[in-house]
Structures are given as structure tokens and as C-alpha cells.
Design a binder for this molecule. Sequence first.
Ligand code: SF4
Length: 445
Amino acid sequence: MTDAPRPYQSYVYAYPHKTAYRPLPHPAPPLAELWADEPKDALSLYAHIPFCEVRCGFCNLFTRIGAPDELTTRYLDALDRQASAVRDALGDRVPVRFATAAFGGGTPTYLSAGELERLCDIAEKRMGVDLRAVPLSVETSPATATADRLAVLAERGATRLSIGVQSFVEAEARAAVRPQRRADVEAALSRIREAGVPVLNIDLIYGIDGQTEESWVRSLDAALAWRPEELYLYPLYVRPLTGLGRLSPTADREWDERRLRLYRCGRDHLRARGYEQVSMRMFRRADAPPQGADDYACQTDGMIGLGCGARSYTSSLHYSFDYAVDMREIRSIIDTYTETEAAGFARAQVGRWVDADEARRRHLLQSLLQARGMSVREYETRFGTSPFADFPAELGRFEALGWLDREAAAGLLRLSPEGLAHSDALGPALFSPAVRAAMAAYEPK
Ligand code: SF4
């Protein structure tokens, strides 16, 4: 067997990563042209709310803390202008229909109940999303999952609430720089269950300082007591410019080994308790109601992102606004966003073109990182080529590392349990040289 690479390199939740985006040359492409020939009968809407009450030590998402009320109002005003501009650009030549919607962040429930009503109105009245008819997923946090906000979301059609708990052990929550009291977390979960939204997702993190297999299982069991329909288990990462990044900049082999042990322990614990593994991070209760939207859906083409941290995907261009992790930069990007007039929202500003080679990589990445694997025939039908001919070196290496499942049915390319455990090494190994170079040249800010 070949030497295994470091298992925790990066989480590939979207390809190409935003750090490979660049300002688009002047004149920036009009959205009306970009979307003219795209299928528009099953679009996804994603609205990004870049506000949180605290900045977690591990977080490198685009979000700011302590936003005053007048800023959230200005932000929603801008979101409204953007929604109108985008909807105009989609046109009415063919029917425009949304199949899924999600509010993410940040913490969308940082908004008040009244502001959440307004956000739903923007999605419905400006964009034309029938929120009560499609899966609607919303992220929340223990402190902001209040009864009045949850009542609005349930009434407007939320089908899934996802709460970041990270750890039920208070000392571990503190070590991950997300101090919270266990009693507050339990109270929030109780309010979520009372709100009657069909799917509850709980996010947990492993690899925190001081966390042991025993304390990890205690957290898992505390989560399982709520019978969540979904659980996401995230390995802890230390990233540049985050709170933890400043405290301890190096990760080492020992930490890799510990995270791998905790991963296997968590995976086996959940599988023994009736959960199916959907991807390295995601587990779904086997008897949970089926959902249209999951972590996979948000990566397909036909995504409309609203808000200054959201991405949009056509089949040939992925685009967004400027991106940062540092708090000062984030504030300035949010301010620029809130000052943008409707005309400024009618063009794509920052992005990356996705050519045929990148589209093939993206398809392979998205499908291979799912536990169910990739249909070789679907790939061949879509691209007219074989994945084995397109990626002989990469697939040969995965095979040599024991990452491909030799027992998979004919015509199915599927990861072995070890392959799935190494998703965060396998994903980056499929990046194209051009995307890799662009990511390496990106200067974090
Ligand atoms: S992890 Fe979630 S709650 Fe914490 S700062 Fe990041 S976006 Fe906000």
C-alpha cells in the first residue's frame, strides 16, 4: 500500500472553493445573460445571513458578531434589492421554479422574529419560492433558537432546523471557544422539538482539546436522546485567522490519529443506533422522513445565492461577492453590500468559470464523497467519457491506498470505509492544477 496522506486537509463542501474565485474582468457579466439558457425548473435558493452572537474559535465562515439592529435592517433592505434584481434577470421566457430553499450563515436566527418574517417574504414575494411546498432548511444556535423565532419558521414552512451544538460537555465547548451552558443547549433543543419542524439536525465536533472517546460518546448520547433525524460530525480544524488558529497554529500526526479514532468511534456508535452514514460527516436516522435537500443538493448547478456570503452556480460560472475571514474585512464587505444599488446586483462580480474538465471533477467529487458512491453509467451519459479514462492517476492512487470499495456492485464507484474516513484528503486530491494554484495564490484576509 502507498503511504497515506494527511487525513484532514480540507472539507470539500463546494468545488471550486471560494478562494479560487477572482474578481471578474470588466465589464462584469450580466446575470440575465448568464442565466438565459440555464434550466430553471428546479432551482435552489440559498439566503446567507452573516451575523452571529459569538465568533466560535474554529469558524472560518463569512460572518460578523454584534451587528446592531440598524445593520440587520439595512442588510435585509439590500437582500430585497438583490432578490428583485436577480428575479428580473431570470426572466419569464420559461417558468422559474424553486425546488429547495435554505437560510444559512452565520446564524439566520440572529434576526428577530419580525425580521425572519421579512426574510421569508423576500424569498416568496420577490423570488417566487413556495416555501410551504419545498424543503426549507434553516440554521440556528442555542441562544437564538427562541420560541417566537421558531414559531415563525415553522409557520412559514421550515422542514429542517440545524443547530450547532459542537459539544454537550461544557469544558469542551469552552476549549473550542464557543462557551455555552449545557442547560441552555437542552432548553433550545426542547423548544425546537416543540416547534414541530420535521427534521432536526445537530452538529457536533470531534478533536477538541481534552476530548476523549468517553466524553465524545457522552456528547453523542446526549444528542441521541433528542432522536435527531440527522447528525453531522465535524472534525475540528485549525484554520488561519480563526480564534483557534491564533492560539495553536500547528496540527500534528498525533492529532490526526486522535481525530481518526474519534471519527471511527462516532461512526460506529451512530450506526449501531439506527443511523445510516450518508457521507463522512452526515448521518441520517434510518426511519427519518425523506428530505429533498441535504449537503449534496447545495452543490448542484442551478443555485441562486442571496446575501453577501452566498454563492450562485450556473453550469458555467460560479460566482459570489468578495470573501474574507478577518473581522475587519468582513465588516467592510458587509457595508459595501448594504450600499449596493439594484443595478450593482444585476452582474456577477467575483467568480470562477467552470469548463468541461472542472465539471467532470466536480461531478466525481460530489458523487464519490457520498457513501452511496457514483454510478459510472451516469457519469458516462453526462460527459460521454469514462471516469477511468479521465482520472486514471487519481483513481489508481485511491485504489492503491485501499480507498475504493472492491466489493461494490459492477458499475458503481464507491469509497471503502477507509476511503470515506479520508474524504478530506481524497477531495483535495481531485482538484485541478489550475484550481489548486488559484487557492494557493489566495491571500487570506
Ligand atoms: S460556527 Fe456557526 S455560530 Fe459559530 S461563528 Fe461560525 S457561523 Fe457563527
